[in-house]
Ligand binder design. Sequence first.
Ligand SMILES: Nc1ncnc2c1ncn2[C@@H]1O[C@H](COP(=O)(O)OP(=O)(O)OP(=O)(O)O)[C@@H](O)[C@H]1O
Length: 450
Amino acid sequence: MSRAIELRDVSKKYGDSYAVRQVSFTVEPGEFLVLLGPSGCGKSTVLRMIAGLEDITEGELFLGGEHANSLLPRERDMSMVFQNFALYPTMTSRENIGFPLSLRDPAADHDPAVEATARMLAIEDLLERLPGQLSGGERQRVAMGRAISRRPSVFLLDEPLASLDARLRHHLRTEISRISAELDATTLYVTHDQSEAMSLGDRVAVLRDGVLQQLSPPQDLYARPANVFVAAFVGTPRINLLDGVVHAPLDGPMALHLGRQRLLLPQPLSVDHQLLRIQQGRRIIVGLRPEDIRIAPPGRARPREAALTGTVEHVEYQGHEALVHVNTGSRPAVVPDLEASRPRAEGRLTSGPRKRRFGRVKDRAAAALSPHAPLLSAAPAPHPAPAPADSPHERRTTVTADLVLRSTPQERVRAGAQVPLLVDLERLYVFDHTGSRICPAPDGMPALDH
Ligand SMILES: Nc1ncnc2c1ncn2[C@@H]1O[C@H](COP(=O)(O)OP(=O)(O)OP(=O)(O)O)[C@@H](O)[C@H]1O
């Protein structure tokens, strides 16, 4: 029978520094919850505290409603699989899988249970082999077999697929999802891979620097990210994030200024856009998903689209789609922690000024990686120089693209071309100077009076 896991204000300190700070959440019985975040954000520490492998410094843990802070690991009825799960090298797969059962009851015949587990993992043919005779993926399956053979009520997985190649990872991901449902176990799965998290989790908890940022179903995480960090961590290619300023004149249309260009907010203003008025004159971050921008002239604009123009820096063909990297002369916002963990595709980087500018961005990101790093960098970079479309030399030496958009592979655009862009402002994201989402309005915000 599956059990709930509840953390109440749980913190972990190593020496003087916090690895996890006041994390609270509940995993419902039978739920599949993924802990997602960049390297070092505290995911494994949370898992290890639940397993009883680390003491909890502050806060409380409940398992199936019972206070569990001081339970020994073996009293918790959990199984854990690590990235490099060690099998006993002198035992066959059958013996490895049956080992936890023999520990519990040495006299019983465990073959039926071992074979049922092997069928679940499609490794019946490997039962008589030693670990040295298995591939990495096969070993990981046997390791999972060992973890699930005694049908735990809680299943903890710490990056179990990280050392496998992409195809195998994808295949085993589907199997883990199926097995977890079949076992009816409460599953907690740690990963830094957002696509793994989005495809596996009933809900996903995003951690940054030991602090829980958001816990939501994958669809909500993508559509309603609580802050700029979550918005940027979830989704490939990454959301475009641009530094901007709100201009809300009393006698004219409202606009978001983005360096050389501006996005005119469509009239009549939506409720979400009206709420931006109070940000007049303030620095904000504009978020545009690559699928919400298209190459088309202003005359083809749909009702809630706004026009920009840009210079194509390069085109990445992906087979089913093309990613077009465009320079609009705006300034990309820097989100600390992300620059190191998910480097975005760069355009050609061929000469000095651009390399130096990239170096400055890296330095700022590194400086911001302190334990109390703000969501946004405090020292914005100078505006990049405009990219003239007619000078090949200038093109080689100017800035990286500031927008990436998704297009069809049939799109015939080439580097250096000036292109008209239409942006779907119905799907506009805006974050305030602290990084919190202010458009769409935060959940639970009272509606405006008319
Ligand atoms: N035994 C330890 N002693 C001191 N610091 C530790 C210890 N274990 C972890 N930490 C620190 O705690 C923080 C969180 O580590 P943790 O392993 O939980 O991160 P993570 O998100 O799982 O990272 P990764 O994805 O790289 O495994 C890190 O800064 C790490 O250096």
